[in-house]
Write a protein that binds this ligand. Structure first.
Ligand SMILES: Nc1ncnc2c1ncn2[C@@H]1O[C@H](COP(=O)(O)OP(=O)(O)OP(=O)(O)O)[C@@H](O)[C@H]1O
Length: 485
């Protein structure tokens, strides 16, 4: 498939394309000016969106889940969808964000402790929202975490999101996916996915969040595996050794034998890899990167963990009180036309019709209530986890730093200040080495554009994502805070 910069004439009529922001496995993203709304948007062209049933389902899921979850402040908003003249490509217009977390981590010392905490807290809010609707993101990674200059987070790329609601209908005896197919986001994949477990839980997202936090703390990917086996090896050489029951609990036929055959290397535990970080940060990573999914922190537990608790505010952490699944069955793959027709219908109507199953309100987590089963217990099977194509990915980002403040900055200031007083080791912004090296895997190669590393190159970190962006302007106290960080 050839991805070119060509854009249909009717899109050119509506948008003024300004800059190519990135190129993913599925399409190209531009910064564009919407002539009608007079807003800057991110315009994504998905190439050959209905090439085969897997890609069609991916396109369909992306649009459907974005429509449902875009109402959350930490999920990217999909403004519009457009058909292409060739009936194969599709255009999505999103709210525009200035950077993604991959760029920012790679750049080096931009993120201070308080930013990392705030980013994690917002990610937990977004995931709490998804999980409360019984939906998994399944592709959490730094390049899908978009950021603006105020350090606000918006979660993107819902192409692999999956509803757990169709659990009951799931047919028995499905063929398991080929391990070698797990290419797209291997570095953030949980052990149970790597070991092709039959069933998985919300724990898959919690694992990825642990990898993202670790990456922010050390400035490079924690487990940059070069193959599925190498990925498992790296994980097993780092995390606490699982018990037999832990291994059995993931329900993978060959997990035990794969793990047994693995060459025994001396373990390098997380606290020796993540040095110079706050104790709470290390503790959180250790509690997320746990082999047995049911033993990982749930997202509700994360929100009250000491690492992010200073940003925790139940009024800013909404949940859904119904289960979400797309208007077409999510657990089986339909034909190309089913997805395309439904999506075109939706473009005509410009809205998604979700089926909503009311479920009990999720009680806020109480640390006293240890016996309660975490919400991450919901399970489902899956055969299509990896729908990614082999990718040649290059991305560049805009370095526009324009920003605006919202009404929440006042409370944020207080929390940022309390964060400061609680930070025992101060800033550790200099510890990363910026190693975002490309890892090859046979013919499949994951590449990041060299343009990424130029992000913010001419801009002083103080202008971008500086702690003062986290707190309200014009406040005297904030000057002291700024001096210190
Ligand atoms: N709303 C946005 N604002 C700014 N940049 C964006 C936006 N959406 C996406 N990007 C940039 O484009 C890149 C690719 O976007 P996206 O992840 O949606 O594409 P994809 O083809 O699905 O990628 P992947 O290969 O990760 O699956 C992102 O990593 C990000 O750098």
């Amino acid at each position: 498939m050839k991805m070119t910069d060509d854009v249909d004439a009717h899109i050119h009529e509506k948008f003024e394309l300004q800059k190519r922001l990135g190129k993913g496995a599925y399409g190209i993203v531009w910064k564009a000016y919407d002539k009608r709304s007079r807003e800057t948007v991110a315009l994504k062209k998905i190439f050959d969106a209905f090439r085969n049933p897997t890609d069609s389902q991916r396109t369909f899921r992306e649009v459907m889940f974005l429509q449902e979850f875009g109402k959350h402040p930490n999920v990217i908003k999909l403004y519009n969808i457009f058909r292409a003249d060739n009936d194969r490509d599709i255009y999505l217009a999103f709210e525009f964000m200035e950077a993604d977390l991959h760029n920012v981590i790679k750049k080096g010392s931009i993120l201070k402790d308080v930013h990392k905490q705030y980013i994690m807290c917002q990610l937990f809010r977004a995931i709490r929202f998804l999980h409360s609707g019984n939906v998994l993101h399944r592709d959490l990674k730094p390049s899908n975490v978009l950021l603006d200059a105020d350090c606000r987070v918006k979660l993107a790329d819902f192409g692999l999101a999956r509803s757990l609601s169709s659990l009951e209908d799931y047919p028995e005896g499905q063929k398991m996916p080929d391990l070698t197919e797990y290419v797209a986001t291997r570095w953030y994949r949980s052990p149970e996915i790597l070991l092709a477990a039959k069933r998985y839980t919300k724990g898959v997202d919690m694992w990825s969040l642990g990898c993202i936090l670790a990456e922010m703390l050390i400035g490079r990917a924690l487990f940059p595996g070069s193959s599925t086996i190498n990925q498992i090896e790296r994980i097993m050489n780092t995390i606490t050794k699982p018990s037999r029951q832990d291994i059995a609990s993931i329900g993978s036929h060959y997990a035990a034998s794969v793990l047994e055959k693995m060459p025994q290397r001396p373990r390098k535990p997380l606290d020796l890899i993540i040095t110079q970080s706050q104790t709470a940060a290390i503790d959180m990573v250790q509690r997320l990167l746990v082999f047995a999914p049911q033993k990982r922190l749930t997202v509700e537990q994360c929100l009250v963990h000491p690492y992010v608790v200073q940003f925790h505010n139940p009024s800013e952490e909404p949940t859904l009180h119904y289960e979400v699944y797309p208007p077409l069955p999510d657990h089986v793959q339909l034909g190309i036309d089913d997805y395309r027709d439904r999506l075109y219908e939706m473009i005509d109507e410009q809205k998604a019709s979700f089926k909503r199953i009311q479920h009990d309100k999720i009680r806020p987590f109480s640390p006293k209530d240890k016996s309660r089963a975490p919400i991450a217990q919901a399970e489902c099977s899956d055969t299509d986890y990896d729908t990614a194509r082999s990718l040649q990915k290059s991305t560049s980002m805009d370095k526009n730093t324009s920003s605006s403040h919202d009404s929440s900055t006042g409370t944020l200031r207080e929390r940022a200040q309390s964060a400061e007083s609680r930070t025992s080791k101060g800033s550790n912004g200099d510890m990363r080495n910026g190693n975002g090296s490309a890892i090859s895997n046979g013919i499949k190669q994951r590449r990041r554009s060299i343009e990424r590393s130029r992000l913010f190159a001419n801009i002083k970190p103080s202008k971008i994502l500086h702690p003062h962006k986290l707190i309200s302007r014009g406040d005297k106290d904030y000057e002291n805070f700024e001096k210190k960080y």
